[in-house]
Design a protein around this ligand. Structure first.
Ligand SMILES: [Zn+2]
Ligand SMILES: [Zn+2]
Length: 278
């Protein structure tokens, strides 16, 4: 068992090659969107069965006396013949006395009570590739339950959950961000700074931008999983109506309304009208 892990993607289990292969085990891991952007190494701790170190999975000490199982004559299985209305039916079953080994041992391993396995806590390092999405599973080869002697271990399946981010909504490899701009910014246009998972970016807000308009920042979204390139960042602009004005701002806005030929009864719901016009 090396400490370098092959990590693959997969949904279901792989084909069962034989009955002795170890079981696949599952665990979950939560990471932030930033970590999904950057890629990250995380530790997972799992309690899993391990091959008993004292008997190497045999279930009995090496120096235990061995005798042939009398119930199956060392065959490991018992065949029963039953008479049914349809004829004779032969049924072969694993021997219950020796568990299929064909041998009985004078002692069982004290460490594992003859099970061949003990439960141990194992801490493993998982390499989470950049661009991973919620619900995707990393397969760690051979890190599941041990197989019987000579058979391969099961795998450990790590399901990754990516937390929501306060600034971004994710849609595939694209990100969406809502950004507030002022009325003058929307009117005159501006260079606007927005947060990204890569530090930040600037884009040009066109003069005359309406509230709700969306700008696309190419390549500023999530990295594409196991491929090159990034998704895009869509910035939806929200023009913010001021909730309070200084005297000077108020005068200027009144003048603005007047210049546009608007009659506004300032004392009656000035702010309501103002809000509706944006
Ligand atoms: Zn037997
Ligand atoms: Zn043991």
């Amino acid at each position: 068992m090396g400490d370098i892990f092959d990590q693959f993607f997969g949904g279901g289990g792989r084909g069962q090659q034989g009955p002795q292969q170890g079981r696949d085990l599952r665990t979950r891991l939560t990471i932030s969107l930033q970590e999904a952007y950057d890629g990250v190494q995380k530790q997972v701790t799992v309690r899993r069965p391990e091959r008993c170190p004292d008997c190497d999975g045999a279930g009995y000490p090496e120096d235990a006396d061995v005798r042939t199982c009398p119930q199956c004559d060392g065959q490991g299985q018992v065949t029963q013949v039953r008479q049914t209305p349809l004829g004779r039916v032969q049924q072969t079953q694993q021997c219950s006395r020796c568990g299929g080994d064909g041998e009985l041992h004078s002692e069982t391993c004290a460490t594992c009570s003859g099970q061949g396995q003990v439960r141990e806590q194992a801490t493993l390092t998982v390499d989470i590739p950049e661009g991973i999405r919620s619900g995707q599973t990393l397969r760690m080869d051979g890190e599941g339950a041990p197989g019987e002697r000579g058979a391969r271990n099961g795998d450990l399946l790590v399901e990754v959950e990516v937390e929501d981010h306060p600034d971004f909504e994710r849609e595939g490899d694209d990100l969406h961000h809502r950004h507030a701009v002022s009325f003058p910014q929307a009117v005159f246009g501006d260079e606007v700074e927005v947060p990204t998972l890569d530090g930040g970016a600037t884009f040009t807000l066109d003069a005359g931008t309406q509230s709700g308009e969306t700008f696309r920042l190419r390549g500023k979204g999530m990295p594409r999983l196991r491929r090159s390139g990034h998704g895009d960042l869509y910035v939806t602009v929200q023009v913010v109506t001021p909730e309070s004005l200084s005297e000077e701002q108020r005068d200027a806005l009144e003048a603005f309304a007047e210049a546009g030929g608007e009659e506004i009864d300032v004392d009656q719901g000035f702010f309501e009208k103002l809000k509706n016009s944006f």
